[in-house]
Structures are given as structure tokens and as C-alpha cells.
Write a protein that binds this ligand. Sequence first.
Ligand code: SF4
Ligand code: SF4
Length: 222
Amino acid sequence: MIIAEMKPIEEILEMVRDYQRILIVGCKGCVAVCSTGGPKEVSVLGSLLRIARKKEGRDIVVDEGSLDRQCEPDFVDMIADKVAGSDAVLSLACGAGVQLVAERFPDKVVLPGCNTTFLGVTEELGVWSERCAGCGDCILHKTAGLCPIARCSKQLLNGPCGGSMNGKCEISKDVDCVWQLIIDRLGRLDRLEVLEEIFPVKNWSPAGHGGPRKMVREDLRS
Ligand code: SF4
Ligand code: SF4
């Protein structure tokens, strides 16, 4: 899922400083699962904004709502009335959701309430870690299901650098060397011969280095 975290309240307060009627829009997708931008967080943020404005002696009207997915136009269009009644929309979705709201309502100020960080997994309650960098040409079948693009600090594709020590990456003793994990797992699977294949120079254009990416599935288009 997409992992995000809410911006510091001071930054959010500064963003909404000039607006009186704020619509906070959450998303019940990834950002709800990582407890950042779901209905609960929308409600808490709404209360914080009201309290902060009250302390300043200034009026604020905070409306709230959450969409099943803020990255789908059909859902976004459902809040048109609420958007029309606001001075600014504060989105708690990922960066994609924020931008879709801005696209669907081109004359409305749309503000990001979260910092979108990475594609990752839940390790335990309150701990998420990166797993995929969206490179557009997955090689997990060659790396024992562990991604050196997202998880190697140098994005090395042909084995570890010289800095790996005791299974840890040279950047921090708290970061596993993913190449050590790859080698260990291939060893357990009795597939170490996979490492004898030299990876060709990677074509990074599907990873976005060829410009903004777009996917078109003709079979799904009407
Ligand atoms: S190889 Fe590419 S698509 Fe596969 S997990 Fe890594 S970054 Fe994601
Ligand atoms: S120590 Fe391992 S994870 Fe860190 S940069 Fe080198 S190969 Fe990559």
C-alpha cells in the first residue's frame, strides 16, 4: 500500500491560515490503513483546527468527509457540493488523491494534509517499511522476492557493495543489507545459481526516467 504520514499540525495551520471554510477530505484506502488519512484522522484534525482557531479568536467552519478512494473520479465527484461550499479543500489522501481532487475542481484551492512517502508493508502496528519503488519492470523472480531497487541504499542489481557487514547495510546498523537477505534466501531455496546471471544495464524509462508515466489498457476502455 501507499504509506503516508500527516504533516505537522503547525504546517497545516499555516496552509489554511487564509481560509475560513475548510473541507477536510479523507480516503478510506491506503492512508486509512496506515492510520493517516481515514475518517478517524479527519475527525481528529477537524477538532484540532477548530481548537487552534478558537485560541486565535478567529472563526472557522470545518466540514468533513471521507471517500472510498480519493484516486477515483467517480468517488471524488461525489463531494462536489461540499467542495462548492468551502474556501479550500484539505486532502488527507496520498499525493495522487490530492491531485485528482485538484483536477476535478480546477477553481478550488486544494491543500495536501499528508506527506506521501513510499510503497510498503505493515511490519507491526505502527511500523511500515518500504518494499517497492514502482520501477515498472519487476525483477523479484531473480532476487528471491526481495527488491534491491527499493531496499538497497545504492539500488545495486548485481550483488552487494563492499560495505555490507554482518548482514547490515553500510548506511546504518539498523538497516538490513537486502543483498545479504537475497543471498540467504536463495541459499535456503537452493537457488544460488540465479546469482550467476549478470543483470543487464537496467532500462529506467518504465521507472519514470522517461517522463511521467501513463498506463492504457485498451481492453478495459469503453
Ligand atoms: S523490482 Fe521494481 S516493481 Fe519489483 S518490487 Fe522492486 S521496484 Fe517494485
Ligand atoms: S550494504 Fe547492502 S543494502 Fe547497503 S548499499 Fe551495500 S549492497 Fe546495498
